[in-house]
Design a protein around this ligand. Sequence first.
Ligand code: ADP
Ligand code: ZN
Ligand code: ZN
Length: 843
Amino acid sequence: MSELLNFNYPPEQVVERVTLFADVILPLPLPKLYTYRIPFEMNDDVLVGARVIVQFGSKKVLSCIVAEIHENAPADYQAKYILDYLDDKPIVTTPQLKLFKWIADYYMCTLGEVINAALPSALKLSSESRIQLHPHFNPEEDEIDLALQEEKIIFALQNNQALTFTEVGNLLQGKSYHKFIKSLIQKEAIIIFEQVSDKFAPKVVKKVRLSEHFVQDEGMLEELFNQLTPQPKQLDVLLNYLQKVPVHQDVHLNYKGIEKSELTNVPHLSASSINTLIKKGVLEQFDQIVSRFPADYSQKLLPVALSEHQEQAKDEILGLFKEKDTVLLHGVTGSGKTEVYIDLIKHALEGGGQVLYLLPEIALTAQIVTRLMKVFGEKLGVYHSKFSDNERAEVWQGILSGRFQVVVGVRSSIFLPFHDLSLVIIDEEHEASYKQYDPAPRYNARETALMMAHLQGAKTLLGSATPSIETYYNCKTGRWGLVTMSKRFGEAQLPEIELVNTREEQHRKNMHSHFSGKLLTAIEARLQRHEQVILFQNRRGYAPFISCDECSWIPKCNFCAVSLSYHKYNNELRCHYCGYHERMPHDCPACGATTLKSMGFGTEKVEDELKLLLPNADIQRMDLDTTKKKNSYQQIISEFESGKTNVLVGTQMVTKGLDFENVSLVGILNADTIINFPDFRAHERAYQLFVQVSGRAGRRGKTGSVIIQTRDPLQPIFSKVSSNDYQSLYEHEIEERMRFNYPPFVRMIRATVKHADEKVSENAAIVLAKDLADRLGKQQVLGPEVPYIFKIRNLFLNEVHIKLPRESTNLRAAKAQIAQAIFNLKLLPDFKGIRVVADVDPV
Ligand code: ADP
Ligand code: ZN
Ligand code: ZN
């Protein structure tokens, strides 16, 4: 066919080359895409979704993603040539590009900002990117052909730890150095990394295997046995090897071999006999680079049989998926939602599609990952914010290559290069941490995941014990399906909730510092029975502020309108908004008195005082301060899980998704600060928090108890929490939302105006609010108002809230108006240096 066609064309036309242009997404906040010319010789090599290298500005050289290839030269500038291409295959898939465009449009930011957030740094190259020798490259031994320029680079790297791209360019005195870098990467002679501290260090294990000729020829193996009979120790090593690696059943098993340490962990086998066998050429030693995601597949779980309730829920979900794309699983804490998810994931994998399992940041505990690892083994990828760049890049590539079919990850995993999703699970869908506050894109992973599923024709299952009002509304109106599990798994009951009136207890002199007598007695009783306790306090640090007894001086942050929190362990005053810190003063800088007192209390103080009250208990704390290191979170969890820790004190971190068998008491130390928060979601949040933290108690067997300390036990929220009455919470909330025009009835957009001068910030916000009111209608615009915390990092804040009725608004047009108003504001000479941040669907 094609030959026939060719035949009809004059030969010149076939060889004539088309001039092609590529629109690229630079990882910068640029308002539009830039067009570059593709050099003829790269016409077949530059691909949509792959990276190319371009020069941007006069000096900077960057890698960027090709969004589109076409034949139209830009009208208003001369297109520069693409310098080189980096990938032979796209690293961003087509559905992904579509999603990125949606994120940029919906959340009012640039595609560059989306790409910048999406790509692991190891995939973003610039003039500042660095290269180093591949840890396994040995120029003396490895026989590879190197071009002269490549040799130059290698030589330079042997003398320097690393070189930036710019330095390589200087070294070779030419622009076309990228192709040498690229070719050295392909030859596995060098690797790229972003930061020196992040140097790529593959994990290597020492392994041994039987030398090849003994495997190929059974006669040789028999002969070997005879030879080794006089050396019983060596014979034992051999037998142990054959037992663990049964090559007589499958010769291919030998190739993978066995870890050396595994061969010697039998008591009477010594390393020296192994070494002798290696010397004799019976065994051969080799290094293997293993994945940085260790998996313990050896103890695969027996498949869990779903309970009747779970089986029923699963069937209902699958049934609803036939008509609806989105279903909510509303299951009380401990109802066993995870097992239902696992079953549905298996089902989806059998159909051949990919699966994304989203978890809020902190709930991504070792617990769930371990459970999933055991079921899905090597098919499971994990995407976590505490991973290094290279680990993130490994997951990214693993999805592209098909190695990972299921990914469990946090918020940012919505950026991963899926192309064939069949199921998305959004666990704990009510979590506010699915929303990114800063920087742009200020996306909500829940909404974005729903769009991603939609673009790829996948089904979405949301799960929660305390659904967000918006989600439940979507179910009530029939847009989404709803499946309910109202019983805990097995014999477990929901915990009993008891309120303690701290005002009264204070009168009766029954408060020991921040612990009521009742709470203390209850804790002691549990510890005696060797049960465990979780205590929740909403603030970290020792005290939210300190104050002088004499003159009432309170230290404030120099840069933010907040008081400094006192952290006792390092004797510091710290700002939780900008990170500013100073030493705790010895005496009052205002009046000189030595009577500085700490006011209020945080987790650190709870831990400190409880240690005094219960000297024999092992008490641990889990909050932002104790979980900074990569594995500290996991360590605290496993020490609690193992029973070493008796009492776990923590912030919100202890409320989420954790499953401990032996916790029979949960204490909420101060419920009042949570309820009395000035926000239209305060009630919903308080309910979610109380129910979730309570849900950690009594998850198996015996009924657990919850003690809530409050100065105001008659607050209606408590009766809803005690009776686990989500319905009445929902009905109350949805009515208020309708009456006062809040989501889900309107879409909110918050424009925050920022400036170092208080007056300029205020005036700019007034002008912006007026312009927005003119464009969108007076009813739609509220403010400006000064937020509760009115200065952060030396910038004064003013907020304008825009409420767009959900049914009647043309969202795209409204956003264009808002963007235009912000753009115009910035042009006014009075407001030089003004910054405006638009946050769509703020939470
Ligand atoms: P949820 O996420 O709904 O709060 P989990 O999924 O954590 O609940 O399950 C609660 C507990 O019940 C867990 O310890 C889990 O191991 C156990 N469990 C749930 N389903 C089963 C099952 N089918 N067989 C055995 N144990 C189960
Ligand atoms: Zn003072
Ligand atoms: Zn500050």
